[in-house]
Each structure stands twice: as structure tokens, then as C-alpha cells.
Design a protein around this ligand. Structure first.
Ligand code: FAD
Length: 497
């Protein structure tokens, strides 16, 4: 891993030589978190001249690191330019002390997410099961109750109404091809309405709409009114359906990585060594018949091909020479990131387990909509994870720190009682405020975008290829989709090298 010199030399040099390679890859918080020895040699300095490689990869998230790893394996020269001072992108470990971590970004994996699981195995990262023993808690219409299973017990007619909604969405989901969603039967109509329009037309009870909306916020970090119905169907199909995506055991929240999900990226980057350049935000990509020049704050790189492995809205903030085709440019003007804040309350022990509770809860009052037991392996300390998603995240993110803390602790207390009132610490991470992410979990298509611009999502533009979880046809939005997109982009560029 390389930290670039600044043009004047001294400042960047003294900083980089004081930081071990592994600490640099993790970032300051994660270095302590993983408790890793500073055994790697000090980071090399990049020469300030123009570099030349076969492929420049923009972004050292799972997609970019996977693409680079694949290309190095096939004997090609690569540079990975990363804007931040760490790798891992939307995965980020937070130190709990004593070598334990929790994740403030993406964290869970489930059966069938074969590519991220294989990639993790390849760098020696193992998984452990999410804690699921005990009852779930439901806070609905001012009352708190306990239940088992995935779907909370609703009164009639709400329960029947909800089951019908689920059945209808499953039928519609099954008809959408994930490679070209705009070719689905009736695609124009599906893409001409929001998921909320559809939900209101196909349900009549408050209970059914509450649980459905909560599931949408949990899966998309967005409101039903934000999403094209066609996009929602595409995303659910790419992710094995709404039941799988909202399930813990056996579903998308089945397991976590020992050492935190960011460890996968850290290990991939360690193996790539000096090919990964941190503090290198890419500003400009210029291509002509001879090749492509990528301009970053760390210098210029000349390459035969570029893989741009960043969210579409961030790709749209780079200057291109010549200008990108209108469809690609306008796509990036229309594909926003979701809104989510993760809050993690840390207690000496997971006290809810002693009461026969799993730590999972659903709440109709907000700001916390749903919770999980996010304690590290071994269950010490106890970590209660609360998601604030969609419009709750947009609203809460604008309040003061004290107001946010009071509101979130209030949610935890209403769900788990007074024992939740005084956590040892409260970790907060708002991804909408991250310059090089701008919202999470990922991007979504509002109405009409798949129909008019979907063809431009993955189509290369000359020497520029697009990766990142948003471009995946399977598990789009997930770590698995990111890895798949990196593998696909690497295969795509090879013939042109
Ligand atoms: P990113 O991780 O975004 O990587 C892109 C990289 O490019 C970043 O490092 C960024 O700094 C860099 N970059 C951006 N712009 C530039 C530029 N101009 N120049 C150079 N570099 C640039 N997924 C799951 O599978 N399971 C989960 O449980 C889960 N939960 C999530 C919860 C949260 C709160 C969040 C935030 C995400 C979650 N996800 C989850 C989603 C998952 O984290 C992402 O899908 C995945 O990490 C995306 O990887 P990527 O490589 O496509 O993009």
C-alpha cells in the first residue's frame, strides 16, 4: 500500500513513514480495533511522476480490490486509487477494545452469497453466526410485546392484508430479469410508479403497511415513495426475495465475519501491496486512441483500461474527456444513495439475552426502526445495534448530537427497558455525511430510470468499465454483489489488454 507524497514532499512523507502499512489500510479507528501488529514495512512513497499500468482501478472497496486481485492473478499490472486514507469503502470496523470490533457499515452474509464468502476464505477470514436465540420485541401502537419468527403477529384484518401483500410482491418479483429489468413483462407500468403507490393500491390496513414499510427501510434504507416499483422488484429478485433479505438465520443476516467485514478488504489490500494508493481521489479520466490518463490528487496514471468501482453518483462527480454519452451522464444524475445511520449501544453484557430476548426488535415509533444483537463472538461486551433508515435518518441526521442520542436511547429503552438507558458508549455512523460514499446501503432507481437509462449502468464507455455493487445482477447492494461486480469487470477488461 502506498501513501502518496504531496508535491512539496515533507508533510506527507513524515506522516506516511510513521504509519505501518497495515494501520494505513485499516484507518486510525480500525487499527486499534483489529489489534493488529505493526509488522509490515513502512509505506513506500509514490514518485510524483506519471505512472503507467495496464489497468487503473478507481476505489479500494470490495469491488475494486477484487477486480485488482483478479487482474494481478492473470499477470497484469494494476494501480488501485483510493480517495480515503483507508480501504474497505462501505465496510468499516470500529474498535471496542481488547482486539474486539463491531462494524459500522456492511457486515452480514448469508447462504448463497458465495462470492464474498469465497473471497473472505481466500484471505483467511471466517464467519460466526448472528445471535438469534429468544424472542423478538414488537413496539406497535404504543404497546410492547414479544413474538417469535420473522413476521410480527398483527391483529386481523391486518395480518391477512400483509400476507396478501407478500404473496403479490413475490409473484411480481419472479418475473423481473436481473440482467435487463426494463424488459420485464409490463416493465413500463412497473417503472412508472413508486413502491408506495403500489403498496397503497394493494393494501388497506395500517398494520400491513407498517410492517411492509419497515421491511422496505431495512432492505433499501429508503422510503417506499423513493423507489421505482420495478427497481424494488429487481433488487428483491437479485437478492433471493424479500423473506431471505429480511431474515436472520438462513437469510441475509445469517452470519458475520470474525474480525469484522473490513478485514476482508484489509487482507486483499495487503496482498496487493504498493499497488493500492491511499489519499488518491480521482478527479479526471481522459481517454483517446492510445490509452487513458487518470488524474488523482496523488498524481497521474496512464493505463490501457480503467475500472471505476465506486457508486454511480460518485462516478458522476469525476470529469471525463471526452464527455460521457448522455445516457451514462444522465443516469448518474438520477441514481441517489439511500439514507441510514447505524447506532450501536455498548453494555458490559448483552442483558437482553438473560431475559430470553434475541436483541431483534421492530418499532413503529422511530427513530430506531429495527434492532439486532451485534455483540462480538463470545458475547462480551453486549452491543445493541439500532438502524435509523429512510426519512428517519434524514430527519435525525439534522439534529444535534445530544438530541440524536436522547432519541435513540429512548427507542432502546422503549424496546428493552431501563437496562438499556445507560450504555457504556453509543457509537454512531451516518453514511450520508461521508464524502466518498454519500449515503448507504447503496444506490436505488427512482421511477423511470431503469426504463430510459438502465442500459448505461454497466456498458463500458471506450476504455472505461464500471464496477461496484450497484452494477451487480446478483446480490446488488450487498458485499457479495460488490465482489461479483469486481470479478465481472476484471473479465471484461482482459481482452483489451
Ligand atoms: P464501496 O465500498 O463504496 O467502495 C468504493 C470505494 O471507492 C470507497 O473506498 C471510496 O472511498 C472510493 N472512492 C469513491 N470515490 C472515489 C474517487 N473519486 N476516487 C478514488 N476513490 C473513490 N452489505 C452486505 O452484504 N451485508 C450487510 O449487512 C450490509 N449492511 C450495510 C450497512 C450499512 C450501514 C452500509 C453502509 C452498507 C451495508 N451493506 C451491506 C452494503 C455493502 O457494504 C456494500 O454493498 C459494499 O461494501 C460496496 O462495495 P463497493 O466496492 O461496491 O463500494
Amino acid at each position: 500500500m502506498t501513501r502518496p507524497a504531496d508535491p512539496s514532499g515533507a508533510a506527507a512523507h513524515s506522516r506516511s513513514s510513521a504509519i505501518s502499512r497495515r494501520e494505513a489500510l485499516i484507518g486510525a479507528a480500525g487499527a486499534t480495533a483489529a489489534g493488529l501488529a505493526a509488522s509490515a514495512p513502512a509505506a513506500a512513497r509514490a514518485a510524483p511522476h506519471r505512472h503507467s499500468v495496464d489497468v487503473v482501478v478507481i476505489g479500494a472497496g470490495l469491488a475494486g480490490l477484487t477486480a485488482a486481485t483478479e487482474l494481478v492473478h492473470s499477470g497484469h499490472s494494476v494501480a488501485v486509487l483510493e480517495a480515503r486514507d483507508r480501504v474497505g469503502g462501505r465496510t468499516l470496523n470500529h474498535a471496542l477494545g481488547a482486539g474486539r470490533v463491531v462494524e459500522v457499515g456492511g457486515q452480514w452474509v448469508g447462504p448463497g452469497q458465495d462470492r464474498i464468502l469465497a473471497r473472505a476464505r481466500s484471505v483467511g477470514v471466517t464467519t460466526f453466526k448472528t445471535y438469534v436465540k429468544g424472542d423478538l420485541v414488537l413496539r406497535f401502537r404504543g404497546a410492547t410485546s414479544r413474538f417469535t419468527g420473522l413476521i410480527p403477529p398483527l391483529p386481523e384484518p391486518d395480518a391477512t392484508d400483509f400476507n396478501q401483500l407478500l404473496g403479490k410482491i413475490a409473484t411480481l418479483t419472479g418475473a423481473v430479469p436481473t440482467d435487463r429489468p426494463w424488459t420485464a413483462p409490463g416493465a413500463a407500468g412497473l417503472d412508472g410508479q413508486t413502491l408506495e403507490t403500489w403498496m397503497l393500491a394493494n393494501s388497506s390496513t395500517e398494520g400491513a403497511r407498517f410492517v411492509f414499510t419497515l421491511a422496505v427501510r431495512a432492505v433499501f434504507a429508503a422510503e417506499p415513495r423513493d423507489l421505482s416499483l420495478l427497481h424494488a422488484l429487481f433488487y428483491l429478485r437479485a437478492g433471493k426475495g424479500i423473506i431471505y433479505l429480511t431474515s436472520t438465520a438462513g437469510g441475509a443476516q445469517d452470519a458475520r465475519f470474525v474480525g469484522g467485514s473490513q478485514l476482508v478488504s484489509i487482507r486483499l489490500a495487503e496482498r496487493l501491496g504498493g499497488r493500492v494508493v491511499l489519499n488518491a481521489p480521482v478527479r479526471r479520466v481522459a481517454q483517446n486512441g492510445r490509452g487513458v490518463t487518470v488524474t488523482s490528487d496523488a498524481g497521474d496514471w496512464h493505463a490501457k483500461r480503467v475500472i471505476c468501482a465506486i457508486p454511480p453518483t460518485l462516478a458522476g462527480r469525476i470529469d471525463y474527456e471526452p464527455i460521457l454519452p448522455a445516457a451514462r451522464d444522465q443516469l448518474t444524475q438520477r441514481i441517489p444513495q439511500g439514507s441510514v445511520i447505524k447506532f450501536e449501544a455498548v453494555y458490559p453484557t448483552p442483558f437482553w439475552r438473560e431475559r430470553g430476548l434475541s436483541g431483534s426488535a421492530y418499532c413503529d415509533e422511530g427513530p430506531v426502526g429495527f434492532t439486532f444483537d451485534n455483540s462480538p463472538p463470545g458475547g462480551r461486551p453486549g452491543v445493541l445495534l439500532g438502524f435509523v433508515a429512510g426519512s428517519d435518518a434524514r430527519r435525525l441526521g439534522g439534529l444535534s448530537l445530544a438530541a440524536r442520542r436522547t432519541a435513540v436511547i429512548g427507542s432502546f429503552v422503549s424496546l428493552f427497558g431501563r437496562s438499556a438507558a445507560f450504555p457504556r458508549s453509543l457509537i454512531e455512523h451516518n453514511w450520508s455525511q461521508e464524502e466518498y460514499t454519500r449515503g448507504c446501503y447503496g444506490a436505488f432507481m427512482p421511477p423511470g430510470v431503469w426504463s430510459d437509462y438502465g442500459h448505461a449502468l454497466r456498458a463500458p464507455v471506450g476504455r472505461i468499465h464500471w464496477a461496484g455493487t450497484e452494477t451487480a445482477e446478483v446480490f446488488t447492494g450487498y458485499m457479495d454483489g460488490a465482489v461479483r461486480s469486481g470479478e465481472r469487470a476484471a473479465a471484461e477488461v482482459r481482452p483489451g489488454l
